[in-house]
Design a protein around this ligand. Structure first.
Ligand code: S3P
Length: 425
């Protein structure tokens, strides 16, 4: 699907952001481990989470859709050997977390993925899982992975990466491993696994950036309510900040501190952002966020804040092109291992629009403020976040832009275009 984006009038009004992708994956997978029934309310309908749902079905879970917003996962007879290959689609989270679950089972399984996922590095989970005793056949540390279910033992792993996917993979394997599994990371990555494990009764302790888990059974809680996705809200926050005279309210957004780096960065750029009605939903912090058009100034983004906003960097780069001064983004080299090489993709596509952006090995140097010209064709690189970031840039271009293959948005945010038109109608 190719679309055209034109210069926008101000964004006005209120929207509710759909469910968080990271938390939905975990709600589906962890419910599948309870040997009971769990209701998941307000789950993400993005293709990535549907890949996870299909896999837990293949592993023996019964899924009962109560209505459009709620489903019940019954894992009384799960997990059992799948009769077919498990397809992770485009989803790195599905692959890496499922690898942790499957490594310690008493059956074998195979994980595969689409073209983009099949190029992504899996050594980051295979190597520590092997230290725990896992047996995994792989294609030079890429998909497909053949996982031979094996007894696991706890390890003390000092991860070189601050990655929630690696951490969650090992904590899941730790549920099945004899003894203690201890995981440390250089900076704190998103902690949804730890919070949901606590909520479901696992024997888990957090001390700074170190997590310890003992072999445990997750218990079936009555309901997990998934809050809105701050990574989706990010596109509307950026749009309201850069489209003159905008003033929007985004409701029900997860503001877990390990995810809310974008709010800190936009505030330090001079963004007019108000956090209202803070509350706790299924052990996660949630709020409504009001964002108004603002004169932005450049910032330096580096170090421990990077994992707190890793998925938002493409759209932060769009906002930085509208900030006075030189924005520098460093220590974000793992962006090259996402659905696309997001450093090269953002640099290439924003340059086409007329932004002054240079790529570095681990980030960007962006000189603002540039008047974006548009009048060009944008590629998405099979990457939902590149597609939506380009769309937001298109809202302030002088001339219309065409975005090719915009359907990649459906990976995380099928409701995106509907919500945009609600705010600019
Ligand atoms: C995710 C963790 C992050 C993030 C991804 C989702 C998760 O990846 O980029 O979109 O749900 O655990 P890394 O763990 O590779 O940083």
């Amino acid at each position: 699907m190719n679309i055209t984006v034109e210069k926008s009038k101000p964004l006005k009004g209120t929207i509710e952001i759909p469910a968080d992708k990271s938390i939905t994956h975990r709600a589906f997978m962890f419910s599948a481990l309870t040997k009971g029934k769990v209701k998941v309310s307000n789950f993400s309908k993005g293709a990535d989470c549907i890949s996870t749902l299909n896999i837990i079905k293949q592993l023996g879970c019964n899924i009962d859709f109560c209505n459009d917003k709620e489903l019940i996962i019954d894992s009384s007879v799960a997990l059992k050997a799948p009769s077919e290959i498990l397809d992770c689609g485009n989803s790195g989270t599905t692959t890496r977390l499922m690898a942790g679950i499957l490594a310690g089972q008493s059956f074998n399984s195979i994980l595969k993925g689409d073209m983009s996922l099949s190029k992504r590095p899996m050594k980051r989970v295979i190597a520590p899982l092997e230290l725990m005793g896992a047996k995994i056949k792989h294609n030079d540390y890429k998909l497909p992975l053949e996982i031979i279910g094996s007894p696991l033992k706890g390890i003390n792993y000092n991860s070189p990466l601050a990655s929630a996917q690696v951490k969650s993979c090992l904590l899941l394997a730790g549920l099945y491993a004899d003894g203690e599994t201890i995981f440390s990371e250089p900076y704190k990555s998103r902690n949804h696994t730890e919070l949901m494990f606590e909520y479901m009764g696992a024997d888990i302790k957090t001390d700074g950036n170190t997590i310890t888990i003992k072999k445990s059974q997750l218990y079936p809680v009555d309901i997990i309510t998934v809050c809105g996705d701050i990574s989706s809200a990010a596109f509307f926050m950026a749009a309201a900040l850069i489209v003159p005279d905008s003033d929007i309210m985004i409701k029900n957004v997860g503001i877990n501190e390990t995810r809310s780096g974008i709010i800190d960065v936009f505030k330090s750029m001079g963004g007019n952002i108000e956090i209202i009605n803070e509350r706790l939903v299924s052990n996660e912090k949630v709020a409504d966020i009001r964002v108004k058009y603002s004169k932005l100034k450049a910032v330096v983004i580096e170090g421990s804040i990077i994992p707190r906003l890793i998925d938002e960097i493409p759209v932060i780069a769009v906002a930085a092109s509208q900030a006075e001064g030189t924005t520098i983004i460093k220590n974000a080299q793992d962006l090259r291992n996402k659905e696309a090489d997001r450093i090269t993709a953002v640099q290439t596509e924003l340059s086409k629009l007329g932004a002054d952006i240079q790529e570095t090995p681990d980030g960007f140097i962006i000189n603002g403020k540039s008047e974006l010209q548009g009048n060009c064709e944008i590629e998405c690189y099979h990457d939902h976040r590149i597609a939506m970031s380009a769309y937001i840039a298109g809202l302030i271009c002088k001339k219309p832009i065409k975005i090719n293959e915009f359907q990649w948005v459906n990976i995380s945010f099928p409701e995106f275009l509907g919500l945009v038109s609600k705010l600019i109608s």
